[in-house]
Design a protein around this ligand. Sequence first.
Ligand SMILES: [Zn+2]
Length: 172
Amino acid sequence: MVDDVQRIFVPSVIEEGGGTIGLGCFSSEKIAWDVLRALLKKSEEMLLTDCSVIIWDIDRVGQDAMTVLSTMECKDCPVCSRRTFWVDLENFSALCHGSACSAWIEENTVDHEIIDCGWPAIRYLKQSKSIEEAVKELYKLGDRLKAAGVSAQEAGVAEQMMKDHFNESDND
Ligand SMILES: [Zn+2]
């Protein structure tokens, strides 16, 4: 007997100006996310504003057939400045999909009052009280990076320069 496909996963992105680009219908959540993430890496070239993954129940009539699994908004990345910083407002998380950046913000898994943020290139990790504060911390990091004259893509160079920079400015 052939397995019935009862739900499909539909990722889509919205362009500046409001046009929606559907990325296909998929039988698994994982494939839908893989397809979407591959595109989010290039979002700076495409001027996207939002994206979503929606689940549709097959052969069901009406709005109840639709479940919004996730929606995210695209912002400029506080660290690398590229428009590849995707923010999930419902789950309080954000991640830069730009190559060699991956700056992130996430609610602390233990203490929900705390918002963590980080930049893996230099194993930077900071805790804040709010999302706004976490975004500010990442902007500070981006400013220091720019002041040191390195881009996020040169992670090796960035790591050494940032270490020097933080040692100077964090001794208080
Ligand atoms: Zn970035």
